[in-house]
Design a protein around this ligand. Structure first.
Ligand code: PAP
Length: 343
């Protein structure tokens, strides 16, 4: 078990949960496992019971930090940055636990770690501030999170890159003879909202609206903006977390050092992320593919990407939120107009 992971107990039966499960619509996830439609979102089979326990038992503290996202939107990066910002006086950068532990071992997911084998773990023993991650949509978070003063950081990513990232991940997750979905099948399902913790637009909108309603408690970040200027976003994140960098720290280059430590290139090359595994058996390397904006261009036709972008745009219209698949900061050769790419 990795150092900071929450101790787990034997699984226990829960009649209420078993009854609920029988009533839920079921679909096939991209890796061949099941998705259940629960409270309006498609929950992967491995996470459904933990999500139920999370909702029943989690008691938020005002000091808690919740890192939320749709899968494949920058969660690993956000975990590394948040952990490093909060622990910068505790560890020198050379001693950072990130050198030997995956960001997922330092900041557990509620649905894949904390409640995976124990429906009511004792979380009061964890050091403050407690940091948890989740892919659960805002509307389905335990009410104590929404009612307490705890802080939520949400990171989102354009749907097309997110979809491609998830597809690659699903291929790596495939087990035994289970046949994963083809990209065409996955695309079709994504457009209908049938994907892990989807529908996408509803997920993003839930946290976007929470950010508008409670800006002191909910920070909304975009993966593409972070790629464009990680320095400013790290500063902003530290301010939101209540531990801004001092002028001295800024002068000493602490922000740059944290950005460098948490960069894709650095984390991907660490031995722990090249050869280690999550307790679930998923290799740590599966969380580091290429970390690019606009990578969809190597896998999807521009017409498909535009179709999905429009679909999402329509759902987001009127919210003030835009998620561009072709951000203006990209070099021309990385993001050609669709007419050129279709050739
Ligand atoms: P999760 O939801 O399963 O935890 P998450 O970390 O959100 O996954 O997403 C993984 C994506 O973030 C991968 O994108 P890609 O498939 O398009 O390459 C991964 O490469 C990228 N990623 C991981 N770490 C970083 C990082 N430090 N900086 C930028 N991107 C990163």
């Amino acid at each position: 078990m990795e150092k900071s992971e929450v101790p787990q107990e034997e699984p226990c039966k829960d009649d209420e949960f078993q009854k609920l499960l029988l009533t839920l619509p079921e679909e096939r996830n991209w890796d061949g496992t099941s998705l259940y439609l629960y409270q309006g979102f498609w929950c992967p089979s491995i996470a459904i019971k933990p999500v139920f326990s999370f909702q029943q038992h989690f008691q938020a503290l005002g000091s808690d930090l919740i890192l939320a996202s749709t899968p494949k939107s920058g969660t690993t990066w956000l975990k590394a940055l948040t952990f490093s910002i909060l622990n910068r006086t505790r560890y020198t950068l050379n001693d950072s636990p990130l050198h030997t532990t995956s960001p997922h071992g330092l900041v557990p997911f509620v649905e894949f770690d904390v409640y995976l084998k124990n429906k009511s773990p004792n979380l009061m023993l964890l050091p403050s501030p407690r940091i948890f991650a989740t892919h659960v949509p805002y509307g389905s978070l335990p009410s104590s999170i929404k009612e307490s003063n705890c802080r939520i950081v949400y990171v989102c990513r354009n749907a097309v890159d997110q979809l491609i990232s998830y597809w690659h991940f699903a291929l790596k997750l495939r087990r035994g003879n289970v046949k994963p979905l083809s990209l065409d099948e996955g695309f079709e399902k994504f457009c209908h909202g049938v994907h892990s913790f989807g529908p996408f637009a509803e997920h993003v909108l839930g946290y976007w609206k929470a950010n508008l309603d409670r800006p002191k408690n909910v920070l909304f970040l975009k993966y593409e903006d972070m790629k464009e200027d990680v320095f400013s976003h790290t500063k902003r994140l530290a301010e939101f977390l209540g531990c801004p960098f001092s002028a001295m720290e800024e002068k000493q280059g602490v922000i740059q050092e944290i950005c460098g430590l948490c960069s894709f290139e650095n984390l991907k090359d660490l031995e722990v992320n090249k050869s280690g595994k999550r307790p679930s058996g998923v290799p740590n390397s599966a969380f580091f593919r290429n970390g690019k904006v606009g990578d969809w261009g190597d896998h999807l036709s521009p017409s498909k990407a535009e179709y999905l972008e429009k679909l999402i745009e329509e759902k987001l219209s009127g919210s003030g939120l835009t998620l561009k698949i072709c951000p203006k900061f990209q070099k021309e050769d990385e993001c050609k107009p669709s007419s050129e790419m279709e050739a």
